[in-house]
Design a protein around this ligand. Structure first.
Ligand SMILES: [Fe+2]
Length: 356
């Protein structure tokens, strides 16, 4: 991405962060709260929990990864109309004209989605007790509904130039009916805190190659960051819809991504190598140890059974149209359709979830 565009994104993100207390104050006066846990975040996010030992057989995680390709670039869920729910079909559409900055050497595989196991060998991870316990600790609640397990695989690359927060979900507007860019704007705008669903993310690492560290901001983006350096069978459980984080350089300093990649480029393992494949042609191959593997687990958390029931019955849901109208009221715009490109451009420029 050209640096002036990055600066532009960062400027808007910072403006919104500075105005957050005011925005929250105003909308609370107008909307009834249907948030699933009503936690306070004086430091911008809940304090993360480090996990020293994730599974008893860490090599098994890499085995499962090798056996269940091919993998697809996750950025495809951020553009166009594709929802993350489309991911489970595992036959993604060919995306044309993706912006270059979204094309990077990171690929995703979904192992469980919506609480449904997609890769049978990985079923034990969905209700993994270590993850469940970290959710109860972080949100101080026993009602934890695990939904997603996915892996990200990266071949050598430079550090991400910006930190990000994860894609959130809301009562009635979720990964099932809205694309990532829309959910991201809902979260970063802070205009939808009354219907926010509390989500915990645990990110675990199974990587023995060079670098590949994880940096995060446990006390807010304006305060000190922490670098997690032990990347084998460790994890950080965090409030990642609020806590900024990024992946540092993977592999040796001079490494560059394979040439000729598009957003449709896939990664898959065969014989003894990971292969980067574009249109059936192998662009580049990597040893198993040089491919960074992170495993993410996401669960929804509810403070009491009433909140859970409301979520399950849809009581207090807002619709996608209501969400668009709330943006309209804030922006003085007149959008009506998720398919409107201008809506995507305006929301993404203002509330991308990225900070340089
Ligand atoms: Fe993330």
């Amino acid at each position: 991405m050209p640096s002036n565009v990055l600066m532009y994104l960062a400027y808007f993100a910072n403006q919104i962060r500075k105005r957050t207390p005011y925005v929250e104050h105003v909308f609370k006066a107008f909307y009834a709260l249907h948030v699933t846990t009503n936690v306070e975040r004086p430091n911008g996010c809940l304090p993360p929990v480090a996990i020293d030992h994730v599974v008893d057989e860490p090599d098994l995680i890499r085995d499962i990864a090798r056996n269940n390709g091919p993998y697809f670039m996750p950025a495809r869920y951020l553009i166009g109309g594709e929802t993350a729910a489309d991911a489970r079909k595992r036959t993604p559409k060919i995306v044309k004209d993706a912006p270059a900055y979204l094309i990077g050497p990171t690929w995703r595989g979904d192992w469980a989605f919506d609480g449904e196991v997609l890769v049978e060998e990985a079923a034990f991870l969905l209700h993994h007790e270590t993850f469940m316990e970290s959710a109860r600790t972080l949100f101080k609640s026993d009602i934890v509904i695990p939904e997603q397990v996915f892996v990200n695989l990266s071949t050598p690359m430079k550090a991400q130039p910006f930190s990000h927060v994860d894609i959130p979900e809301f009562m009635g507007v979720t990964r099932r009916n809205a694309p990532g860019w829309f959910l991201q704007a809902m979260g970063s705008s802070r205009l939808f805190e009354d219907v926010r669903i509390s989500i915990i993310t645990v990110v675990a690492w199974f990587y023995e190659g060079e670098r590949g560290f994880f940096r995060y901001w446990p006390s807010g983006r304006d305060n000190d960051s922490v670098r997690h350096e032990r990347m084998w069978n460790t994890a950080v459980a965090g409030d990642n819809d609020f806590m900024h984080h990024l992946v540092e350089r993977v592999g040796p300093k001079s490494s560059t991504p394979p040439e000729g990649m598009t957003i449709n480029t896939e990664l898959s393992f065969s014989d003894t190598k990971w292969n980067v494949i574009e249109g059936g042609e192998v662009l580049s191959s990597f040893d198993d140890t040089s491919v960074r593997l992170s495993l993410s687990w996401k669960a929804k958390v509810f403070s009491d059974t009433k909140n859970l029931e409301d979520y399950q019955t849809g009581s207090g849901d807002i619709s996608v149209s209501e969400a668009i109208n709330r943006f309209n009221a804030h922006l003085g715009s007149n959008f009506s359709d998720l398919g409107d490109d201008d809506l995507r451009v305006q929301l993404t420029e203002r509330w991308s979830g990225y900070v340089v």
